[in-house]
Design a protein around this ligand. Structure first.
Ligand SMILES: [Ca+2]
Ligand SMILES: [Ca+2]
Length: 449
């Protein structure tokens, strides 16, 4: 019943009694007014009740918001220690803050890289550890050599007949016969008849021979590394081992260069390499480990074969998104504004990796693996980004459900620098959840050792 209409009707009758028979009787008016009064009090009661309910709800909300705020301000998670052979980035242990763990060069992270202090005052994820990277995984030692994993490097114990950093060079199976004796003589006879003949000697490469006269015949011998040359048995000349064996069937005498010396020879190596203990191979000098580099504080030193590189990781500048460095080798996207589709389609992170290899490395071979630590989507897709130059040398394959591998498909002649970007995208029902780019830079040395 509409109270406003009843009241209007009653007011008109009271003000204009001339309406006569159309107006209700006084008794009827009294009844109607009573009804309106009842209606209004019912409305009033209902309004008051809803007001009380609303007040209650507001109070409840206010108290729960207050509790959350105090928890967030006061709560801290237990102190996190940096793992052995690694370090921790981020000092705040308050709720909502993140810490990142980074391993030293030569170590890989096992566990959770970034951990968040949760409202439950515990850290998300698993305590990370830094594990020595096994450089032997890619089987770098050739020709039956055994790989020995060392911190940040490996060494090869070569099978018999092979030498070099990766056992790539055959060892010559012949060696110089160092003495030149024309006859076998018994020591007693030799001593009795020994006499040294005067000889014309000039310079260190020519020496007098040592001659013995036995029963009227002269037998001459030379010092090791010398030989009697021509008809003159009185002089010995140095054997040029470098010339003699420079292209032997079983390989070179020296891995790089041979220098002839009086009575012998020695091997030399190009700048950036040291001669190995066996005297014939070359081993790269690690300028980054030995501080023989000039990289500045904001650069990273990358050891390469025959040299080193100073690199600086700068986060990419691309439209619609901004990136922040979360570790020396990684940039992550800042959160996108809500409903900004262009931003959410940009890569979530960029990781940077540097590899050093020797020239003409045999192919195919796995150069790098990319794995998803905590896959969210149902599918991971791995692909190679980059132009023709990249595709000529690389391809990307899946090695298991969560791992993709960058393969070298053709040998590269150094010196050269190649770049390959591996994209890992995470999909759920064909919808892209995230894109992660790994930028691999490969430094190829000039020499094959
Ligand atoms: Ca010599
Ligand atoms: Ca080096």
């Amino acid at each position: 019943m509409n109270a406003a209409i009843v009241i209007t009707l009653l007011c008109s009758c009271l003000l204009h009694p001339t309406f006569g028979q159309d107006c209700p009787s006084r008794q009827e008016i009294h009844g109607s007014l009573k009804q309106v009064q009842k209606l209004l009090s019912a409305h009033e009661a209902s309004y008051l009740q809803s007001l009380r309910n609303l007040k209650k709800k507001i109070n409840l909300l206010q108290s729960s918001a207050g509790k959350q705020a105090t928890r967030a301000i006061n709560g801290t998670c237990p102190k996190l220690e940096a793992p052995i052979n690694g370090r921790k980035l981020g000092k705040s242990h308050s709720v909502g803050h993140e810490v990142h763990v980074l391993c030293d060069p030569g170590y890989e992270l096992v566990g959770t890289e970034s951990r968040v202090c949760q409202e439950s005052l515990s850290w998300s994820g698993q305590q990370p550890t830094c594990r020595d990277i096994n450089e032997c995984t890619s089987s770098p030692c050739l020709n039956g050599g055994t790989c020995v994993d060392e911190v940040n490097q490996f060494s090869c114990v070569c099978a018999k007949g092979w030498a070099g950093a990766t056992c790539q060079s055959p060892v010559p199976t012949f060696f110089v016969t160092m003495t030149n004796t024309s006859a076998a003589i018994s020591p007693a006879t030799a001593a009795a008849a020994a006499s040294t003949l005067p000889a014309a000697t000039t310079g260190p490469f020519v020496r007098p021979s040592r001659c013995t006269i036995i029963q009227g015949t002269t037998h001459c011998t030379c010092e090791p590394g010398y030989t009697i040359s021509g008809r003159d048995s009185n002089t010995c000349t140095d054997i040029d081992e470098c010339e003699l064996f420079h292209n032997g069937q079983a390989g070179k005498l020296c891995l790089h260069a041979c220098v002839n010396t009086p009575g012998g020879y020695r091997c030399t190596c190009p700048a950036g390499y040291n001669v190995t203990r066996d005297g014939r191979s070359c081993k790269d000098i690690d300028e980054c480990a030995t501080r023989q580099n000039n990289c500045t504080k904001d650069q990273m030193c990358i050891n390469t074969y025959g040299g080193f590189q100073c690199v600086r990781v700068d986060c990419p500048k691309i439209p619609n998104a901004t990136y922040v460095k979360t570790s020396p080798m990684r940039c992550e996207r800042n959160p996108c504004p809500l409903d900004n589709k262009a931003c959410s389609q940009t890569p979530n992170s960029f990781s940077y990796h540097y590899l050093a290899v020797v020239s003409n490395l045999s192919a195919p071979r796995v150069m790098f693996r990319v794995s998803a630590l905590r896959p969210i989507g149902e599918t991971l897709r791995f692909s190679l980004l980059g132009g023709r130059q990249t595709r000529r040398h690389f391809t990307v394959q899946r090695s298991d459900r969560v791992t993709g591998q960058l393969m070298l498909v053709s040998p590269v002649q150094g010196p050269a620098m190649l770049e390959a970007d591996v994209e890992m995208s995470e999909l759920e029902r064909r919808v892209q959840l995230g894109r992660y780019i790994t930028k691999v830079t490969m430094y190829v040395s000039q020499y094959e050792f």
